[in-house]
Design a protein around this ligand. Structure first.
Ligand SMILES: C[S@@+](CC[C@H](N)C(=O)[O-])C[C@H]1O[C@@H](n2cnc3c(N)ncnc32)[C@H](O)[C@@H]1O
Length: 273
């Protein structure tokens, strides 16, 4: 069991540093994981631990604690209409807007990529669109998440075949190899096209030199508290090039700066030039 003070400090800590809005009624599963966490790390009082922690957010224990509250749910081609729009409208428009028509440099970010299915779905869509030409252009995916556990799975690029529906399995065939234990693995040359990095979307600044043409930020900010969500959205907007596109999750709408964006449907918005 957690004391009231422990629960309060935990909720405040996760809220403040990671933006996540935890309900005050922590679920029994979270409570049981928290008790395990305290035991493994010999922590008597969570409030004390959080007060004493130097707030180095890259600290292993803090990240293990955070992991209890992360929701990694994702899928290949989740909301496939967006991937169809990516190939049908978004990529062609990005290419049309490029200054140097004979030098394609397409920058795409999967923010909150979880275990990588989103990033690989974007890559497969790009390869379906460009065919062999893909290997002649400068492109690739920056894929970030706060979860070390999810990023570990994403960079290995190994997934259980039985969790992938047949039609999607067919679509992935060309880009994957069968492992002998009912799993498939993205081919090395495909894996190399995704750059999986740890990034807290609630941090004050993002480490990108160049702006992105396309940003997927789906089903992450819905878990943020209102202020953190607005702040994160603004930082994400700043990372998007003028005329660039942002993809949101099914149940999401932009909460700010609407006048800077044109709504295209299916949760896709374009930043005005
Ligand atoms: C439900 S998944 C969404 C995955 C994918 N974008 C999709 O829509 O299928 C939410 C992801 O947000 C990540 N996340 C939560 N808080 C975060 C934060 N502060 N910074 C970066 N990622 C965060 C979680 O680790 C998790 O992988």
């Amino acid at each position: 069991m957690l004391t009231e003070n422990e629960t309060r400090s935990l909720i405040e800590f996760i809220n403040k540093f990671f933006g996540l809005d935890l309900s005050e009624n922590l679920k029994p599963i979270a409570l049981s994981e928290l008790n395990k966490f305290k035991k493994i790390n010999r922590i008597k009082d969570l409030e004390d631990f959080l007060n004493k922690s130097t707030h180095d957010l890259r600290d292993s224990k803090i990240l293990d604690l955070l992991e209890i509250f992360l929701i990694p749910h994702t899928n290949f081609f989740r909301n496939n209409r967006q991937f169809e729009a990516l190939k049908g409208e978004v990529i062609p428009e990005c290419l049309a807007n490029m200054d140097h028509k004979n030098f394609i440099d397409l920058r795409i970010w999967s923010a909150g990529c979880s275990t990588g299915e989103e990033a690989y779905s974007i890559l497969v869509s790009l390869m379906e669109y460009f065919g062999d030409e893909y290997w002649k252009i400068t492109c690739g995916i920056m894929a970030t998440d706060i979860s070390r556990k999810s990023l570990g799975i994403a960079s290995k690029g190994i997934y259980e075949t039985k969790k992938i529906d047949n039609i999607i399995g067919q679509r992935l065939l060309e880009y994957t190899e069968q492992e002998n234990d009912g799993k498939l693995r993205f081919k090395e040359k495909i894996r190399k096209e995704a750059n999986f990095r740890q990034l807290n979307l609630n941090s004050k600044t993002f480490p990108f030199k160049n702006k992105f043409h396309i940003i997927f930020c789906r089903n992450i900010l819905i878990y943020f508290n209102k202020d953190s969500r607005l702040a994160a959205e603004n930082r994400i907007f700043k990372s998007l090039a003028n005329g660039g596109f942002i993809f949101l999750g099914d149940a999401e709408v932009l909460s700010s700066k609407n006048q800077d964006f044109e709504q295209l449907g299916n949760g896709i918005y374009r930043k005005r030039i």
